[in-house]
Design a protein. Structure first.
Length: 252
């Protein structure tokens, strides 16, 4: 889908080069004309204007930093999933039971792969990816306190960002923006800066909670993936553990 966007952008660039002039100049030369031929010209001009108004993608980089050493409970973060989307409640829906698209494996076992695949198939999702390698090199794995994940993507006005990463010392909790996602533009201006206040801690509702950091069925101590008492509760925000992560976004 990203490739398709690039193809559209390339086609647009070639079209502009072929026109060899500004759209405003072309529009100005289209003198009012009541003839049928004149109306056809006007339609073409309007079509050109729509195409040139289409925004070129903006590149964003998001950094999720594990600050939990100075928070309530030190915890690793796990590899996560991110999507760029236009629809609401795409990664999850607040107050609704998990839809079985892979969020359970991300929230219980730190495995984003299934969620990345299923959300990437949606027509309202332009980019779907995993962030798995902590910054500073190294292999895919948890981001320990003091380390971070970063991921880069392209977006255009009207796009939203959603992502999720497991709170590893829990049964099925994950950090994520509200289920609407984060609007990546204010008008045509890309957002940049600190997003931490927009991030919540959520209970996926797929496994019964134990005391964070102590439960035998939590990822650091469980015998294997998907171990614990299943439940089917609505996804809900969890209080506490503020300051566990910081999230920032930059253009470029
Ligand atoms: Ca739970
Ligand atoms: Ca478990």
């Amino acid at each position: 889908m990203l490739l398709r966007k690039l193809s559209i952008a390339l086609a647009l660039a070639l079209l502009l080069a072929a026109c060899g002039g500004s759209d405003e100049g072309d529009a100005g030369s289209a003198a009012p004309d009541t003839t049928v031929a004149g109306e056809e010209m006007t339609d073409e001009e309007m079509s050109d204007e729509e195409m040139t108004d289409e925004e070129m993608p903006t590149t964003f980089t998001v950094t999720v930093t594990n600050m939990s050493d100075s928070a309530e409970l030190a915890t690793p973060l796990a590899p996560g999933a991110f999507i760029v989307h236009t629809s609401m409640e795409t990664l999850f829906a607040d107050g609704i039971v998990d839809r079985g698209e892979g969020l359970e494996a991300l929230a219980e076992d730190g495995d984003p792969s299934s969620l990345v695949t299923s959300l990437g198939a949606l027509t309202t999702v332009s980019t779907s990816g995993a962030f798995a390698n902590p910054d500073g090199g190294g292999e895919a794995g948890p981001a320990l306190p003091g380390s971070s994940y970063s991921f880069t993507f392209e977006a255009t006005p009207g796009d939203y960002l959603s992502f999720a990463t497991m709170f590893v010392q829990s049964n099925d909790w994950f950090f994520a923006p509200a289920s609407s996602g984060i609007s990546l533009f204010e008008g045509d201006m890309p957002v940049a800066g600190d997003l931490t206040d927009l991030i919540g801690l959520w209970d996926a509702g797929t496994e019964v909670d134990e005391v964070p950091g102590e439960g035998a069925n939590q990822a650091p101590r469980q015998a294997g993936p998907n171990t614990g008492d299943n439940q089917s509760a609505p996804i809900a925000e969890v209080d506490g553990y503020s300051g566990t992560i910081t999230v920032s976004i930059a253009v470029g």
